[in-house]
Design a protein around this ligand. Structure first.
Ligand code: 13P
Length: 252
C-alpha cells in the first residue's frame, strides 16, 4: 500500500508569532509544495493563529505541540483540544518525550489526550521512543510496545483512522545522532506489526509512521527510502525555512 509522505516540523519552544509569520513567508517563497506529500508544522500555542493565517492559501497543516485532556475547567496554564482546534490547527503532537520527561506526561495521560484530540477532530501525531539506556539494555521494543498499548488502549480502528505515529528515539533527539535508516526501519516495522495486532491490518497499513531525531536536509532522502518510514518529524532543522524547504522537497 502506498502511504502519502507526511513531513512535519516541531518548533518546540521557539519563535514568536512575528517570527512565525516571517518563517512562513520565506517557506512559501522557497517551496512550491509537491502535491504527493503532506507538510505540517507544530508551533507554540501563541503562534497558532498567526501561523494558520500565514498558510491559509497553501496545503500546509498547522499543529499544536500538546493539549490537556479536559475541554475546559480550572486548569491554570493549560490549553484544551477544542481551543487548539478553534485556532484552525488541524493536528497535535502527543506524548513527545520532552513532555514525558519534563512535564510528567504519563502513558495514561497520553491516552486521555489522544481521546480529547480525536474528539476535537485533530490529527494525532503520537510520539514513541526509547531512551539510550533502554536501547542499550535490549529493551527498546518492549518500551515501544508498552507505550503503544497504553496510548491506544480503548480506541477502535475506526477511531484511529487518522493516526500518525512518530518514532523518536530519545537518544537521537537534538543529539546530531540520527538512527541509521536500517535501525529506524526495524523499529517502524515493529510498530506497524504491533498496530496490526491491536487494530488490524488495514489500520496498520494506512498509518503513517514518521521518524524523528536529528532529521536534516542531508539525511532525509535515505531515511525516506526505507519502506516503512513514511515521513519525518524534524526539530532543529524545522526552525530554518531554507533547511525545512529542503527536507519537504527531498527527492523521492
Ligand atoms: P531534533 O530534530 O532537533 O533532533 O528534534 C527531534 C524532535 O524531537 C522532533 O519532535
Amino acid at each position: 500500500m502506498s502511504r502519502k509522505p507526511f513531513l512535519a516540523g516541531n518548533w518546540k519552544m521557539f519563535k514568536t508569532s512575528a517570527q512565525a509569520r516571517q518563517f512562513f513567508s520565506e517557506l512559501i517563497k522557497l517551496s512550491p509544495l509537491k502535491d504527493d506529500r503532506e507538510v505540517a508544522l507544530a508551533v507554540p500555542f501563541p503562534s497558532l493563529e498567526a501561523s494558520v493565517a500565514a498558510v491559509a492559501d497553501t496545503p500546509i497543516i498547522i499543529a499544536a505541540q500538546n493539549v490537556y485532556f479536559e475541554n475546559e475547567g480550572a486548569f491554570t496554564g493549560e490549553v484544551s483540544a477544542p481551543m487548539a482546534a478553534a485556532t484552525g490547527a488541524r493536528a497535535v503532537i502527543l506524548g513527545h518525550s520532552e513532555r514525558r520527561q519534563f512535564f510528567g506526561d504519563t502513558g495514561a495521560w497520553v491516552n486521555k489526550k489522544l481521546g480529547a484530540a480525536l474528539a476535537a477532530g485533530l490529527i494525532p501525531i503520537l510520539c514513541l521512543g526509547e531512551s539510550l539506556a533502554e536501547r542499550e539494555g535490549g529493551r527498546a521494543f518492549d518500551v515501544l510496545a508498552a507505550q503503544l498499548k497504553e496510548a491506544l488502549n480503548g480506541f477502535s480502528a475506526a477511531d484511529l483512522a487518522s493516526l500518525v505515529i512518530a518514532y523518536e528515539p530519545v537518544w537521537a533527539i537534538g543529539s546530531g545522532k540520527t538512527a541509521t535508516p536500517e535501525t529506524a526501519q526495524e523499529a517502524h516495522v515493529f510498530i506497524r506489526r504491533h498496530l496490526a495486532e491491536q487494530l488490524g491490518d488495514k489500520t496498520a497499513e494506512a498509518a503513517r509512521i514518521l521518524y524523528g531525531g536529528s532529521v536534516k536536509p542531508d539525511n532525509i532522502a535515505k531515511l525516506m527510502s526505507q519502506p516503512d518510514i513514511d515521513g519525518a518529524l524534524a526539530g532543529g532543522a524545522s526552525l530554518d525555512a531554507a533547511a525545512f524547504a529542503r527536507i519537504i522537497n527531498f527527492d523521492a
